[in-house]
Each structure stands twice: as C-alpha cells, then as structure tokens.
Design a protein around this ligand. Sequence first.
Ligand code: SF4
Length: 208
Amino acid sequence: MEELEKLRDEILTCKRCHLAADCMGPVPFEGRASEIMVIGRNPGDTEDEYGRLFIGRAGKRLDKALWWMGLKRWDVYITNLIKCFTERNRPPELGEIFSCSQWLKMEIAILQPKLILVFRNDAWKYVSGNSEGVTKFAGQLVSTRDDLISAGMVYKKVQFKMIGFPHPSAALRTVKWDRLLNEAALKTARIISEMQSVGYMEMRNDPA
Ligand code: SF4
C-alpha cells in the first residue's frame, strides 16, 4: 500500500521527540496491509539494534501465539505504540506517547483494521482506554466507540475490535503469563473464525 510505504519513510526519519537521540532510530511497522493489526509497546534493545520488530526469543514466542490463533506473522500488520527504544526499556512517558501515537493513529486511519491484537499491559491501557489491565481482558473482544479518547489517543470514526494479551517476553518469564497468553490465543482463534464465518473479516492467509 503506497500510503503505508510513504508513512514508513516518514517514521524512519522522525525526530519529533527526544527518544530518537538515544537510540539507533525509529523501528517502523512490518508485515502486510492486513485486517489484523498487532500492537506492542515499543522496541526492546535487540529490536533497536536490528531495526526489526519482535525478534529474538520474544519474537519466536509471538510467532507461537499467532500460530495458536491460526495466523502466521506475515498474515498480520505489526507495529508499536512507541517507535523508539526507551532507555533500559522503561515505560514511555505521557508526552512521549502523545508525540508518537500520532504515527499509530495515521497507521490505523490508513489500514482501517478490523481487529487489533494488543500485547502488553501498558500498551493495552493506552490503546483501549481501559484503566484495567490485560489480565482482566486477555482473550476478550472489546469494541471501540466512534471516537475513542485515551491518553491522547483519538481514533476518529475508525471502528475496530481489539483483544489484549500479555507480552510474549512476560510469557517467557513466568508460567502464569505463559498460560494466560496461550488461553487468550486459543480464544482469539475462535473469535477470528467466527468473524470470518459471519463475513466481518476476510483474512488473506496465503504467503506474502
Ligand atoms: S518515539 Fe516516536 S515521536 Fe519520538 S522520535 Fe521516535 S518515532 Fe518520533
């Protein structure tokens, strides 16, 4: 999609906030223009070094979770709430989210996703507008309103549904998060299948 390619170039050269000065540079989205969008919080140190999203062990764990949903990585569009690495992988501050979420809003406006899979508690809170975390909502389908406003995020007239998940790296650390991620992935497989059967979503799942 030409608009997305143009946006990628703009993101790659972004210096809108101070985070760009303390990392290798913004890490843009990956994958295809899909009806399913995956959102994480921000690149970790390995992602920063290689300029790729969800690589290393966490990336493999994401692939496994997607597989449980009946998806492959290249079936989906993958991005982050924040495009730059934060020192010591600290949570982004509100000002940083305000600056960088402008990119995410543009991505959503262009892509018009039907379903957004949000990985990580704080990313979930910002994107969904829910003050309660992903533990409560993992694997549950949540709908947006016409105008969802949360922590500076505004999705004007873009309707989508979303599901929250613990982050793959958390699942690698503790059994509790691992189990929660698997359960949520299985529930999501059923949700996607239902969405496809009622014609809400026409997923392409052929190789890119
Ligand atoms: S974090 Fe986002 S807004 Fe800030 S410099 Fe990186 S890409 Fe630009």
